[in-house]
Design a protein around this ligand. Structure first.
Ligand code: IVH
Length: 732
């Protein structure tokens, strides 16, 4: 029994790579490779403590793939290569749960919690009042089936009686063990229940990536997680940072091992079999301790890595659970103690359409200001036209507003009882008259779109509220998009982006000033900013000499310091975010050289696929963009790939490969520039050649990887010291 508390894998073993014994058959080799890959997956994804680098992992993986394609009949149904499963499903099949997946009854106060505990005592006199308490996760409930230790099937909760079969999607979730860890024996039948979630940090990074690539932004981690698991395209599931946290079991045939008697023991076993369980769970005695647990969790809600909306309090004795049983809807042995909802009702005064930098039309609810979870909310995104229809929200409705994922305000839906009698469903304004099928030639030249779904002649088309031109929907996208390069809204947002932190980070002038400069017509492109003079600025009311000087010196600093990568990102080329900009800036000397690069050449670069490559080509082949770039050159904004890439500048970091991770107290770009200024070479990822990993707060996976490779890890202060001339090696 005691051995179950041990980690399921022994610590470091010699690498398999070097170890193919001559006598080993392909089958034995495949088994060993599969076991070893499972072990590394678990170390990396579940424990965050990898033992080998990506390169070595890839070699093992590819060797197994090669053997499996040679001997398809020997491929195990739990092979780690199956996590890569691809392709589209036709639809989700449904299947009955062997035991119903009940919901939980909710309580909202200490009084209601005590009433629940008393009901339990009355229903089963003398039952122990020891509870397992853990956070109530806000994700998608799943049931995973294991037969003799091998993962065979996954179902969503569905209506509790029947769920959708999501086996292929769940197989791609890296924290789901495809076979139970350890030597066994295992229960012959084991149904593990838990929640598929996306951690908060991963969610923020996911949305940032989506935004940079011009893709859909998720309202909250729950939606992103549920959408990923139920997606018919398994590649989508695989690309989302899902985790599965196990919180209980369904039907279990323990034989041949002795059954657990306590819920906490079940969780312990699940952990030794390789599952993650909800963070911060513990045993509490009696209602008072459970109440203390709930209030502590409520206060510290933000510290949980995953979004939670309450705590779950469960009778710890499985025998007592069994005896207490269920009502028609919920178990009598468990309850959800929900945190007060960050929700409020208010009037939706009107719907405004915002046009973003990439031309996407986003409907925004303008709300009568209301306090939600301690913050005044007066605007909330409605995402797109389909979402408005799905939630049936209309102008003049009283709506329920929620701060979802603890950050982004969201309109959940209307309060129908309060709907005014004359209200009408909301539609985006259609363009007047019948619309032709094509886009105009100037826009065809300039827009950066790859895959426009042409509107059939006569079809309805939405007009851009900012410029009045027809917009279009791209294939597979929900958003209408304006591709008029002189649309005033697109222009303003592009210039705002150019100036923002994600662009050249030009400080000294607030967003209102940028709007005034653009709306007055003085600034029509980012290049115009660099041609501004003090006299130009002083023509504006409320502009003083001091502010004008401050702004111009910020611009001047940007002119001198801007790197090629920064400028590339600031230009807002579709699908070119921070990472891609860096890749391009490492490969090309300057914008001229990049402008010459062909499609094939671009596509051969790391992380650049056909979509990104053709977007880059499109950008550089447009006449207006060429004109913009010529002006940049004239105005002296023409960054070059630092020479030091070839011949490192003399300096304490000269020729050293450096990578940043986590949050630093200064902007990441600034830190990069400082490092480059001292002769450092910026690395793209953690690898053997890396000299320093500079770790800020919440560093994540890179730190573990660097640790595993024995790379010097330094903090921000140490990095700053390294920048001093004559600094000695630190951290080596
Ligand atoms: S235990 C019989 N524990 O809440 C007890 N459920 O409202 C079964 N949930 O569908 C559930 N976090 O998906 C349990 N720590 C947790 C949970 C949890 C989230 C979900 C679960 C269930 C829903 C019930």
């Amino acid at each position: 029994m005691a051995s179950r508390d041990k980690p399921p894998y022994p610590p470091t073993q010699p690498s398999l790579l070097a170890l193919r014994a001559d006598a080993e058959s392909d089958m034995q080799r495949m088994e060993r490779l599969a076991a070893e890959l499972h072990r590394h997956n678990y170390l990396y994804h579940t424990l965050d403590a990898p033992e080998i680098g990506d390169d070595e992992y890839d070699l093992l993986f590819r060797e197994l793939e090669a053997l499996e394609s040679r001997h398809p009949q020997l491929r195990s149904p739990s092979s780690p290569t199956l996590r890569l499963g691809g392709g589209l499903l036709d639809g989700l099949d449904k299947k009955e749960h062997s035991r119903r997946m009940y919901g939980l009854e909710n309580v909202f106060s200490e009084k209601e919690l005590r009433a629940f505990v008393e009901r339990m005592s009355r229903a089963l006199p003398g039952c122990p009042l020891v509870f397992w308490c853990d956070p109530k996760l806000d994700g998608l409930a799943l049931e995973l089936v294991y037969e003799n230790g091998v993962f065979t099937e996954a179902l969503t909760r569905g209506d509790g009686i029947r769920g959708e079969v999501v086996t292929a999607a769940v197989r791609t979730i890296k924290t789901v063990p495809l076979r139970l860890h350890g030597k066994g024996p295992f229960p012959s039948q084991l149904e593990v229940r838990g929640e598929a979630v996306i951690y908060k940090d991963d969610f923020v990074a996911l949305n940032k990536r989506q935004e940079e690539q011009g893709l859909k932004i998720f309202a909250n981690p729950r939606n992103a997680a549920a959408g990923a698991v139920r997606n018919l395209d398994i590649a989508v599931t695989r690309s989302r940072p899902l985790r599965f946290l196990a919180y209980s079991t369904g039907n279990v045939v323990w034989n041949p091992i002795p059954p657990s008697q306590y819920h906490h023991d079940v969780l312990r076993r699940l952990r030794t079999w390789g599952f993650l369980t909800p963070p911060g769970g513990r045993l509490c005695s009696g209602a008072t301790e459970a109440e203390e647990y709930a209030s502590a969790a409520r206060v510290r809600r933000k510290e949980f890595p995953v979004g939670i909306d309450g705590v779950v309090i469960k009778q710890d004795s499985l025998e007592a659970q069994e005896a207490l049983g269920h009502t028609a809807r919920a178990p009598r042995f468990a309850v959800a103690y929900k945190f007060p909802a960050d929700q409020a009702q208010t009037l939706l005064e009107r719907i405004e359409i915002q046009v973003g930098r990439t031309g996407v039309l986003t409907p925004v609810a303008v709300l009568k200001p209301v306090l939600v979870g301690g913050v005044v909310v007066s605007r909330a995104t409605l995402h797109n036209e389909d979402e408005i229809a799905r939630r049936d929200v209309r102008e003049g409705d009283t709506v329920i507003v929620q701060r979802a994922g603890e950050v982004i305000p969201e309109v959940l839906g209307p309060v129908l009882a309060l709907r005014p009698p004359n209200s009408r469903p909301y539609k985006f304004k259609r363009a007047e008259g019948v619309v032709g099928s094509d886009i105009s030639p100037i826009r065809a030249e300039l827009n950066m779109l790859v895959d426009i779904e042409k509107s059939p002649a006569g079809a309805e088309v939405v007009a851009c509220p900012a410029c009045g031109e027809n917009t279009h929907r791209e294939k597979d996208e929900t958003a209408w998009r304006c591709s008029n390069p002189s649309c005033p809204a697109v222009r303003l947002r592009s210039i705002e982006h150019f100036v923002s932190k994600a662009g050249l980070d030009i400080q000294g002038l607030g967003a209102n000033w940028i709007t005034r400069l653009v709306e007055s017509g003085r600034v029509a492109s980012p290049a115009d900013l660099f041609a501004l003079t003090v006299d130009d600025l002083l023509r504006y009311e409320h502009m003083g000499e001091k502010l004008a000087q401050k702004f111009l010196s910020s611009l001047d600093a940007a002119r001198q310091k801007t790197t090629l990568a920064q400028l590339l990102r600031a230009l807002g080329i579709r699908h070119v975010g921070e990472q891609t900009a860096h890749t391009l800036a490492e490969r090309y000397r300057d914008l001229d050289e990049l402008a010459e690069a062909g499609f094939e050449e671009l596509q051969a670069l790391p992380d650049i696929g056909p979509k990104v490559a053709s977007s880059i080509r499109h950008f550089f082949s447009g006449a207006a963009n060429s004109a913009l770039l010529s002006r940049f050159r004239q105005l002296g904004i023409w960054p070059q790939r630092p020479e030091k890439l070839k011949k490192p500048a003399p300096g304490p970091l000269s020729g050293k490969k450096v990578l940043f991770t986590g949050t630093l107290s200064l902007p990441r770009n600034r830190a990069r520039q400082m490092a480059e200024g001292m002769g450092a070479v910026l690395a793209g990822g953690v690898g053997k050649g890396l000299d320093y990993l500079v770790a800020g707060e919440s560093p994540g996976n890179k730190l573990e990887k660097a640790r595993a490779l024995g790379i010097a890890i330094i903090n921000e202060a140490e990095f700053m010291r390294l920048l001093q001339p004559g600094a000695a090696d630190i951290g080596k």
